[in-house]
Design a binder for this molecule. Sequence first.
Ligand code: NAD
Ligand code: TYD
Length: 355
Amino acid sequence: MIFVTGGAGFIGANFVLDWLAQSDEPVLNYDKLTYAGNLNNLTSLNHDKRHVFIKGDINDNAQLLALFFEYQPRAILHFAAESHVDRSIHGPAAFVTTNVNGTFNLLEAARSYWMTLEGEAKTDFRFLHVSTDEVYGTLEKDDPAFSETTAYAPNSPYSATKAASDHMVRAYHHTYGLPVLTTNCSNNYGPYHFPEKLIPLIIANARAGKDLPVYGDGLQVRDWLYVKDHCTAIRRVLEAGKPGETYNVGGWNEQTNISVVHTLCDLLDELQPKAQGSYRDQIKHITDRPGHDRRYAIDARKIEKELGWKPQETFSTGLRKTVEWYLANDAWTKQVQSGEYLKWVAMQYEDEDEV
Ligand code: NAD
Ligand code: TYD
């Protein structure tokens, strides 16, 4: 079986659902269920014996060890993290606790378990660490895209803690020989995306008749990948990646934020028109994020050439699927917009003057 951390979050849940749609190999899904973890993402697996869910914190060494020895996973796929840049600016401590200390603790537990394995079980074991392109910092307009050899230069507390975790993963390979793999992926979008992040927030706010908040001039660039393409890349790296290597994952799809917001408004105008006017009328430019990275872009040639991975969705097909999913899943959005979420919106967006 495989052991997945953070499998109730956005990417982890998509990964678990896709994994079990394609394979009968069971999944042990280990998740703390923070505000971002949601078992409603996995209701289709409620009576599926191939999915075992355990609520737990990656900082709990004793529980991790007990589970590893009981279930004997052949691989650990590490998705669990605090993942929202704006939250890391308001409160970085949780990011250090989970992303740095938690990853260290998970590595320690994995190493203790792995050391007891023998023969093929030991050589075939994998620790796959799911990371981000944000560890590379920011690009100027004409800079080449981030490759696996680009120097790390994280700028936010989120990206700094992910960079620290990447370094620990690397060190566990070089020092102890733990067979690790790291993926550094660009911005994901798709079903089950928590509506604090740009794309689901814009869809939810547009439909609720609220402002569509665009930070600063909206000309910051992100490289967007449909979440299911990220999941395929992770499965491919697990299957054929070389231990100790890192793989950049991206869709060659750079977009300015304002262009993403315009496209979302146009899709909504088509699929669920307002009584009057366009959703674009709700756009509001607000104060920029402190230290906001201007541009991310991924050079995905290594994973394409060495592992034969390519994304299936274009931005146009993926974004349409995403908007259609949100239109069909109102109940999901309403459920996640809980009390805790509302407190976040009040802290982050209230009293914002237009700029
Ligand atoms: P998410 O915030 O939606 O989900 C994170 C999950 O981890 C949640 O289910 C949460 O409950 C769980 N979790 C948090 N702290 C935990 C702890 N201490 N112990 C156990 N579980 C804990 O995040 P996501 O967007 O699904 O991202 C998953 C991973 O992919 C992260 O490591 C993130 O850095 C990375 N990543 C995300 C993106 C993106 O665009 N979202 C892009 C590249 C890489
Ligand atoms: P986000 O989805 O938070 O991802 P990340 O910061 O990890 O790239 O944000 C994507 C981009 O959208 C980023 O440049 C910040 C911007 N943004 C807004 O303009 N308004 C918003 O309300 C949010 C949440 C993000």
